[in-house]
Design a protein around this ligand. Sequence first.
Ligand SMILES: [Zn+2]
Length: 244
Amino acid sequence: MSTDAAQPQLNWVFLGPPGVGKGTYATRAAKAFGIPHIATGDLIRAEIAAGTDMGKQMKAIVNSGKLLPDAMVQEVLQARLAKGRAEGERGFLLDGFPRTRAQAEQLVQSVDVGLVLNMSLREEVLVEKCMGRRLCRHCGKNYNIADIYLPASGGRPEIIMPPLSPPPECAPHLETRADDTEPVIRHRLEVYKREATPVEDFFRQRGLLVDFEITAGIPETLPYLMPLLQSYVGRRANEPPVKA
Ligand SMILES: [Zn+2]
């Protein structure tokens, strides 16, 4: 398959805290715009599973509970991006990367990033949503029993997120993940905020960051997200919209 030379390159990054639904939105957007959804976590798992020298080193570090060094994550990611360029991919949608300012700097040096979508959700909603997660131990499907409604207040929008309820056959087999307790969730969010703030600032200073607050469930949010993304096809976030 050859790439139409007139098609603009879409090099996009999605940022967002755990529980915001970033993976789901990234999957849907990547499919809609014909670009690969690249999650560095998946690349690392694949490298480890393939048992390469790099994979073995990564496995040892991950098993010791340490974070992988930037250089290693970069190497795996750059190899994946180079493969995509060689195969004529139209761009990429990065999910879960960059995690640090150093990674962000290296990324913009190696590729022309057009848009960084910074997804957010009010913290109390993130906590409630994470606490509502349920896994069916029978079939492995994920559900969410949190039924969220927050009225608009102090200039903040109303938030309505209906539950993703299990069918009757799964209902007796639901379990909560051991690390989905409120203190653990709040700690995860704090760690995320601490790590993400310098990354957000870096992209904001370059005019590439677009904030996107989620106020509803996935089916209600997609009709807002897709046209927003469409408006960035062929332009960088800091450029004015292209007049049709
Ligand atoms: Zn089930």
